[in-house]
Design a binder for this molecule. Structure first.
Ligand code: PEP
Length: 248
């Protein structure tokens, strides 16, 4: 049985006091449930201090493709490791669309994360225009191929894939359970054609306006192995309910 894994993406939200309250609420409520919080860089030390020894792991939302050097403002994978990160999100649609990250750059970030021993959460997903023009699978395949060509399909044994339709992120519009399951099955099938064992074990999260109210119907789908949660991960009761729905 594949594990289910829910990760929170706090985006550029939070502050020391708010985070402390949120983490203090999550820790006892999620005892024994594996979950992840991806916090802004400055709060990694806080996450490490608050969460060490709990079943909640933490990670970052971006990483440099470079190992070290004169790259002002960048943060390397080994720096994330210094703060106990397990995961790092790469290729989030906001990074792709707002910061111009190409498939090739995302693949380099994925490689840098894995080289340091971090588990990348690789985000893929189509825009609304792409869905409406019938190229969802082609877009997702292209995004996956960039990583598979650079790192090999076996690298996915140490990664998580998050399918996040761009039109569903932060919009309140969730993909229906059928729409999400169809793309998840496509992703698993594409990888299975290259390596059946890797595909079978791969955790594929769904992301896009997941809330406590719609989590259960998504999490029971056979190829949905958890979620990448934005807005609802900032509300303790919502995130706890989503993690519990996935863990059932
Ligand atoms: C996200 O940030 O990856 C995300 C899915 O956001 P939301 O849950 O708010 O749609």
């Amino acid at each position: 049985m594949r594990k289910k894994l829910v990760a929170g993406n706090w985006k550029m939200h939070g502050g020391l006091a708010e985070n402390a309250a949120l983490l203090a609420a999550l820790k006892p409520a999620l005892a024994g449930i594996e979950a992840v919080v991806c916090v802004p860089f400055p709060y990694l030390a806080q996450a490490q201090a608050e969460l060490a020894g709990s079943s909640i792991t933490w990670g970052a939302q971006n990483v440099s493709e470079q190992a070290k050097g004169a790259f002002t403002g960048e943060v390397s994978a080994s720096m994330l490791l210094d703060f106990g990160c397990t995961y790092v999100i790469v290729g989030h649609s906001e990074r792709r669309s707002l910061y111009g990250e190409s498939d090739e750059l995302v693949a380099k970030k994925y490689l840098a994360a894995q080289a340091a021993g971090l588990t990348p959460i690789l985000c893929v997903g189509e825009s609304l225009a792409e869905r409406e023009s019938g190229v969802t699978e082609a877009v997702v395949a292209r995004q996956l191929d960039a990583v598979i060509n650079a790192a090999g399909v076996v690298s996915l044994a140490k990664a998580v894939v998050a399918y996040e339709p761009v039109w569903a992120i932060g919009t309140g519009k969730t993909a229906s359970q059928e729409q999400a399951q169809a793309v998840h099955a496509f992703i698993r099938g594409k990888i299975a054609a290259l390596d059946a064992d890797v595909a079978d074990q791969l955790v594929i999260q769904y992301g896009g306006s997941v809330k406590a109210a719609n989590a259960a119907e998504l999490m029971v789908q056979s190829d949905i192995d958890g979620g990448l949660i934005g807005g609802a991960s900032l509300v303790a009761d919502e995130f706890i309910a989503i993690c519990r729905a996935a863990a059932k």
